[in-house]
Design a binder for this molecule. Structure first.
Ligand SMILES: Nc1nc2c(ncn2[C@@H]2O[C@H](COP(=O)(O)OP(=O)(O)OP(=O)(O)O)[C@@H](O)[C@H]2O)c(=O)[nH]1
Length: 229
């Protein structure tokens, strides 16, 4: 499938489709990539590391939930039980058939688990992206292959809102690419890039902070502790 920004990707479900709608047959999915090994975050899976009393995974799920109709967590089989306990809602899980194949493989697994037309994608370590900004990205992605923000002078791969079928095709293209990562995926998807000026009008740049180490998490805790005083 070849898609460009000019392609109209709108899908108008028939009344038959609507009658047959199930929990997974929704307009907007939220996909959380959480199948990494957290090697820079020793002794604990960073998705379970607490921030203000809640595991990072729950912070991300709580932020995403208001903007989506269904939540899907992508991870390894051995993470599922702990992750199910960590989040408040009752998310679906998309389990990697083969572990440790990287975020792009995780994304393919997550995309194949939803019937939604559009999906927001977040990593498990980016807890401050507000639902309002995800809603904004859904609006920008409408009838396009997707939308990503420009932050710090760079187009980001995540967070992203993507057209699910276009994204699945872009995963295949990226898979055959030399680096085979999320950057190759975004390049193949060719989404709308929301300018930095527009991004900063909607949200603080801190919203896109991701947490890779204990030191980074401690620094964030320190800032929020000071803000409370
Ligand atoms: N499904 C899946 N997700 C992954 C994989 N590797 C990384 N991710 C996810 O992709 C996102 C970005 O990855 P990183 O920030 O590098 O996380 P990580 O690989 O767990 O961390 P390090 O091991 O310290 O590099 C995180 O949400 C990870 O959970 C993988 O092999 N499979």
């Amino acid at each position: 499938m070849s898609l460009t920004d000019d392609d109209d990707l709108s899908e108008t479900p028939s009344s038959e489709d609507n009658k047959a709608a199930t929990h997974s047959d929704t307009g907007r999915a939220g996909l959380i990539l959480a199948g990494g090994r957290s090697e820079r975050f020793p002794t604990i899976d960073k998705a379970l590391a607490p921030l203000d009393g809640a595991p990072l995974l729950r912070c991300v799920a709580d932020a995403l939930s208001p903007a989506v109709d269904e939540l899907i967590i992508n991870c390894r089989q051995d993470q599922q039980a702990a992750f199910a306990k960590a989040v408040d809602d009752d998310p679906r899980f998309a389990i990697d058939p083969v572990a440790d194949r990287g975020p792009l493989a995780g994304l393919r697994t997550a995309l194949s688990a939803t019937e939604a037309t559009y999906a927001a994608i977040l990593p498990c370590d980016m807890p401050f992206v507000p639902a309002g900004f995800i809603e904004y990205l859904f609006g920008q992605a409408q009838n396009k292959t997707g939308a990503v923000p420009c932050v710090g002078g760079q187009q980001r791969s995540l967070p992203a809102v993507v057209h699910v079928r276009a994204a699945a095709a872009a995963c295949e293209t990226a898979h055959n690419h030399r680096d085979g990562g999320l950057a190759a995926f975004i390049s193949a998807l060719d989404p709308i890039v929301v300018s930095e000026r527009t991004v900063t009008a909607h949200v603080d740049a801190k919203a896109f902070t991701d947490i890779d180490t204990h030191e980074e998490l401690a620094a964030i805790r320190e800032v929020s502790h000071r803000a409370e005083q």
